[in-house]
Write a protein of this length. Sequence first.
Length: 571
Amino acid sequence: MITHKMKTKTFSVFASVFALVLMLNLASAAVTLTGPTPSTVQLTKQGTTFTVTGTPNFDITTSTTTSTLTFTDSNSKTAVFSVSPPSTKTNISSALFNVSSSSIDSSFLVGEYTGTINVNVTENGNSSSTGSLAVPVTFTNTFCKNGQVNATDMELSVDVNNNGQGDDNDWTPLDDIEIKVTLDNNGDVDWDKVNIELGLYKSGSAKNIAGDMIWTSADEEKVEVGNVNSDKSKTHTFQFRVDPSEVSDANYVLVVKAYPKSDEDANCVDSSSDLSDFGSEDFKADISVSQEGDKDKMVVVDTASYPVLSEAFCGETVLFTPDVYNIGDEDFQDQVKVTLYNKELGIDMEDVIVGDLNIGDKATSSFSFKVPEDAAEKQYTLQMETFYDYDSDAETYDESSSEVFNAYLKVAGNCAGSAAATGKASVTAALESGGNAGEGLVVRAVVTNSGSEKATYAINAAGYSGWASSGTVSPSTLTLEKGASGSVLINLDVKDDASGDNTFNIEVVSGSQLVATQPVSVSVQAKTAGGLGGLFTGAITGGNTYLLGLGALNVILIVAIIFVVVRLMRK
């Protein structure tokens, strides 16, 4: 009996150990999960899908699987995505997860963000056997409103060139930047009325400052390039200068996108393989901006704020107004001084600009001088220097610019000792066409020989640089008999920001002397104005006044006549 009891007891212990081992084996069994290929899920605003496979078949544990994925930028703005497994969640060997946009803050920063989706499962029919997988996710928030859409066959090429002091990806204030963008349509679907748009963001900021640069191209940060049909391309070059008041010592992000006008939601491309030369991603270029650190280079005369070559005749009073910038990383208080010098013309002047010139600030200097009557007819170099860091106690400037800034003045006409005039002249002017900002304007000038003999005249337009970018005269010379008259057309390209009453001079030279100067006043309709206002612009005054309002009166009379005729016909 004792032996039997011992056997029974031994068997009971053995059975308990076996059950424990069996339980341990069952507990240690696990589902093996394999993630997507490539292992990192690439996510855009449009969302994406990815697949997870497992062995053996499994059930998805929805309570522990990530259902919401949230990205947060440096400004605590969020982009939230929902993660949805397939409708069948039991006894499956693979699961297709759908990641879709739930909510994205409108000011969420452009950039690349990382996150993780956790997938947890149990073996089908055995809740003790589990499996888990952490799936890495990269979310790229790009320039297109809804991310890149229907852009498989669209290719952007972007070339950034710095024609100023800095490098292509390292800019300094007032640098002259050119960004050449080409859109190639390699597919069979046409894009109509395509916009190409530029964005420039300070790192950590949602504000696009591209439109705040000093633009030198006709179109600013957005331009319509027309239709880009299948197997065709369009190119546009953006040109601007880096505005010192809008930038600081910081990193910036340059982005570009192209899309059919009014259809960005459905069609947009904003990536370029060319941009990878400047940054780690192909949808943005990393740009750094550096303010001037050398104190003797911080306050500069902006040589682009005045014409490359100005013209004047002997005895003429010249008004010269260059802009001055603080492009450095230090504020300057109280006042700055600008000097203007040319020994031959007897110019030795200074202009004190009262007030602080802080980082990025602009001020305008002003000089007025008379060209000597006996000046030689040639080109002169006017030299400028800046003085700053004013010591109010000592009334001195502790700093001056290490650079001399040049302006060029061509003197011709009316100078003592020059060739004698062969004739006298009178001038009248009338508006031929135009009168709107951003468009061409044509003035017809009639020159009459009021002298006593035949003479040849050279006609020139001057004094328009403040409101028109260029001026040409055709023909530029007239040979007239005594008492005869001839006409020329003066073409002016009115600047986009011109408006109101503007003036220029028609100059007539005989021999080497200025024999007539006719001031002309032109009324320019601002570019933003619409409606019928543009029909009644372009009034011009000269020696004889010709008003475009007279044309408006004719229009009114014609309308009145038509009205009367219609009434008579009805009777």
